[in-house]
Design a protein around this ligand. Sequence first.
Ligand code: FES
Length: 573
Amino acid sequence: MTKEIEQLRSQRWFAADNMRAFAHRQRTQQTGYKRSDFMGRPVIAIINTWSEISTCHVHMRERAKFVKEGVIRAGGHAIEMPAMSLGEVMVKPTTMLYRNFLAMETEELLRCHPVDGVILMGGCDKTTPGLLMGAFSMNLPAIFIPAGATLNGYFKGQKIGTGTHTRKFWDEKRAGNLSEQDWIHLESSMTRSFGTCNTMGTASSMTSMAETLGFSLPGSATIPAADSAHPRLCSTAGERIVEMVFDDIKPTDIATFKSFENAIITYMALGGSTNGIIHLIAMAGRLGIELPMELFDHWSRKVPVIANLMPSGEYLMEDLFYAGGLPGLLKQLSKHLHLEQANVNGLTLGENLKGVEIYNDDVIRSLDNPINDRGTIAVIKGNICPNGAVMKPSAASPELLQHRGQALVFENHAQMTEIIDNPELEVDANTVLVLKNAGPLGGPGMPEWGGLPIPKKLLQQGVRDMVRISDARMSGTHFGTCVLHVSPESFLGGPLALIETGDWIELDVPNRSIHLDISDQEMSRRREQWTAPKPKYPRGYGAMFSRHVTQADQGCDFDFLQGNETIDEPEIF
Ligand code: FES
């Protein structure tokens, strides 16, 4: 269905013959635009998560200019609107506390302004789902432009990945194997340009899934931030969004259960971040689409990891770009994908994959030559996590996937930090480290604390991985046998809250189970003695978050933001 200019929602602000429309035109001219620059043109919002403190996005102010050029070339009028930047590294306690804030901000920026279509600019972890969740709820034509990954890092001739090697070298430093001078040298070697993490962490997982869902132009997710293809992508997206407005192509025309299934299949082949499961469930929830956790486990068993990228593999995003990019990977997955699903460029996934080639089959493997057969996501259930937990077998130690050990319990992150390096700590390589009160409410915001550090005394003995259990998340860039997202969380009195140091715990990833070896009577006794912690926030955004955030198995969206009911357009007066 096509739309005429008079039918666009921006015209309600600009085209009427009344005093209010006069004010809208007059105030727009105040910014230096002529009447003809915006009258009779679709208005495109550029929602930009640029900020100087969000270092992954620091180039996007400049990139917005290329988007604008594209919009104007295609006959539109572009307005840049800043939104919360959510730089993963700087924001405390965690960006996850604010993903829904960004989603709300995106939705309401679009609702309250004269906007016909939107370019979403993000990429650092939570910005991709946050922007898309808001755009899905508003359901205006939308294209997502990923920030692009930073260039490959190198340290002493070795290829190093953001996040993945931070933890690895930190462990070596704590073990006494890395000098102070090398640690300082590493600081300036790891990140060679602006852009998002160059490993298959949460950022690249989410941008790849946004493209697979159909919301980015083909190839977008793997263009490095510093490559000249990136500004060209921005201007192309600017041109295309104007066409989408007239063609009235909305998110609900693109995102379907099948396109989400495509995203899940791609997620598994990429060895994507465990955070992806939470975000995809939340994103789909905005469209009234349910994604059971079992669906992720199903595709994880069926589709092996074929992207040879850290933390599961050896290469980085820049290598994936040269090897054929995400389209190359999708080509390898064709037999599993719903190829009839639409992309924002107006073609189907199958049409977009015609002519795509792979230039390095060690980076993009074939399905019969995966980098390992352990799978990206295992959904685990048991008496510790009746509503489920997740882990990433592909980034875990194979010998720990079936493990029985005694718990060492930390009541919270602060206590863990205080004692983890104590030489007197009673711990050995078989111990199961348990962290409580790190979930959506307990963290708060479910910080990425799930990759608990290995105790220093064990690092010095050469131990580099242990079984760890928490209701926290883990950085997608990290490696480790970590059971995450335990639901319900301990802060709410989930069974995780009842584990005590010395309890035996049995993990069996192949059979997707975890078991706390105490009797039901003992469990009941401990439950009766458990007292609920005090709420963390007496007021403010945190109080709203605490009242409305859902648990990990439901995507941690706010309950009042879920669903796809239509909201009336604002009255203009
Ligand atoms: Fe921004 Fe990793 S810190 S993507």
